[in-house]
Write a new protein. Sequence first.
Length: 366
Amino acid sequence: MNSISALGTDDALAAPRPLLEVRGISCNYGLERAVFDLSLTVHRGEQVCLLGPSGCGKTTVLRAIAGFHSVLTGGIFINDLQVSAPGAMVPPEARRVGMVFQDHALFPHLSVRQNVASGLRSLSAGEQKTAVDDMLDRMDISRHAEKYPHELSGGQQQRVALARALAPKPLLLLMDEPFSNLDQELREHMGQEVSDLLKENDITCVMVTHDQNDAFALGDHVGVMADGAIVQWDTPYNLYHQPRTHFVADFIGNGIFLPGDVSGSARVATALGELESDEALDRPVESPIEVLLRPDDVVHDPEGPIRATVRRRAFKGAEIMYTLRTTQGITLLALFPSHANYEIGDEVSVRLAVDHLVVFDRDPED
Ligand code: ATP
């Protein structure tokens, strides 16, 4: 494979945005295509996530950006310099990219200090010490400097892995499922903490995950992937409230799809009554559609027109997630404040509070 020269000089630091551009790349394993014509742009200081189910190609994209996987079409540019092209790639160590892996991949026989220093061999001993002390301090792990990885908690190991990846001052940080080995509580905490840390230090980052909470905690923008392509690149808010495809609506957050038929320019007739949207639906009257109902669209209201029975409940502290079965035989998910405390089998009344209808075409046979 040829190499592409002129990379990663310090002059490049002054280059204009974006920091990372992936333009129409495709990647194969043998004859199997894993990534199809995928493009994305990341600006300096931005944190983005690729989110999708297992096998959709997230890790392959990350490996292509890192320089561990070649591209068959398109190109990858870091700081306006091309690092991957069909038949040519700059080696990983010349890309100025830091990586954090799922299992942290710390060297077990090296102390925290030695782990963090392991990527700094080109520096003098004095420069190494300054750089390592700085990173340990920024990651708030100075007091663990002489410990070994097995003496650290999962969260502390995570910080060491981050410190090691960031110590050589990479242009771009890549993280592959960095929180998946942590328990749920720590995971949420670390997601927020790492996001703050990257923001405070103006670090540009691409993370891949199959967990939407991780993606939402960290991503300014999130690309939802399916079958080797990005199906929606958007803010977490828009992915949740304005998913553009049925797949994204289903993959992101909870909810149900309520069948209906368009009954006016911005109206839908459903078994639970007529719903009105704040925007025209762009479909002829009588089109068969389904309406996305999120649990927060189903409001607890003793005067509400929809009667339902509680089928399941999941206590979430300030809120309770109920699965309800309406008298019309429709299953709804509803998020009630915790004081609306019902048992399985209880009857409740609700109303639908949806201003902006998210609708998808429906097979009339369904
Ligand atoms: P996961 O979340 O499970 O890690 P992913 O979204 O990161 O999945 P990839 O690991 O990028 O997905 O894999 C994309 C596709 O490429 C999958 O169909 C997978 O089976 C295939 N694949 C991945 N690695 C290899 C390999 N070394 N050899 C052959 N096929 C592979």
